[in-house]
Design a protein around this ligand. Sequence first.
Ligand code: AMP
Ligand code: MG
Length: 331
Amino acid sequence: MKTEILQANEENIVKCAEFIKNGGIVAFPTETVYGLGACAFDEKATEKIFVAKGRPATNPLIIHVSEKSQIDTVAEVSEQARRLIDALMPGAFTLVLPKKSIVPSIVTAGFDTVAVRMPDHEVALALINAVGKPICAPSANSSARPSPTTAMHVYEDLCGNIPYILDGGKCPFGVESTIIDMTRTPPKVLRAGSVDISRVEDIIGEIDKSSMIIDQLADSKTPMNFMPRAELTFSAYYEGMDRTICEYYDSLSKQGRKPIIFCLSKNASLYGDRRVMEMGKTVKEYASRLFETVREAERTYDSIIAEGVPFGGIGTTLLARLMKMSNGNVI
Ligand code: AMP
Ligand code: MG
C-alpha cells in the first residue's frame, strides 16, 4: 500500500474524513502525539488499526470527540466526570468511564469501560467534526516504538501499512494524554501525561496517585511497550548526578559502545567533550522533545543516558516515560 503525507488543509481534512466514513484509517495530529483513527462505531475499520500498528487486541483505544455532547453517546457520565469535562475539555487528558453499548467491544478490548478525550487541536477537531462521529485512535506508532510527534515519525513506522497521514506539523506537547479512571473511588491516575494532576485535583479533590511513575494501563501483559533501539538509562536524581553520568558514559565508551547524554541546556557544559543532546531550557521542553530526540539519537548511538528531573507536574510524566523506555534501568 502506498502511504501519502497530506498537508492538513481544509480540502485534505474533508478527503480524510470521507475516507474514514467509508471504513478507512488515517493518521492525524493532536496536541499530544499523532493518532491513528477510525470511525469509533465501525468494527472492521477499528480492526485495521490493530493490524497496522501490530497492537495486541488486549490494549484498548481512546475515543476522540469534537463536542462534549458526544461523550454522552459513548459513556455514562457521572457528576464528578461532568465537572472535569466542563472545566478541562478540550485538553490533553482522557477519562475512563462506564461504556455504552453503541461502542464495539474491539475498541475497548472487551472491557466494560471506555476511554474518552476531546483533543485541543484544530486539525483533530476539524477531522472529527467532518466525520460527524467520534474517532477511536491510539498513538500512530508501530507497537514497541516511541509515540510519534511528527508526520515523519508516523511515516517511518507505518509506511506501507496506512494510506494517509495528515501532516499538521509538530505536536505541541509531544507526550501522551493524562489518563484518569473515573470508575474507581477515589478516581485513579492510570498514566501521568501532559495535563498536571493538580489541575484535576483542584476540581474533584484528591485522587489516587499511586501509579504515577509506572503506568497502570489496561493491558498489563505488555506494560513495557515502547522500547527504543538504543539502550536507555536515566539518573534517578537530578542534582549532582553529572559525575555519575560521566563515569557511566566513560565506562560505556571503554566497552566500545557509542553513548549520548540527554541534558537540560544549562547542564551541557558539565559533561566536557562528551556527546550531548540538549533537551531545552525547561523540564516541559525536555518532555516535549523526548520522543523525537530518542528517534534521532538511536540512528547514531547505541546508548542513551538521560538526566533525571525533579518529581512533580510534567517532571513526573517525563520520569514515567524514562522509566518505561529504560525498562527501569536507573543509575
Ligand atoms: P495510546 O493512545 O496509544 O496511548 O493508547 C491508549 C491508551 O489508553 C492505552 O495505553 C490503553 O491501555 C488506555 N486505555 C484505553 N481504554 C482504556 C480503558 N477502558 N481502561 C483503561 N485504560 C484504557
Ligand atoms: Mg500508544
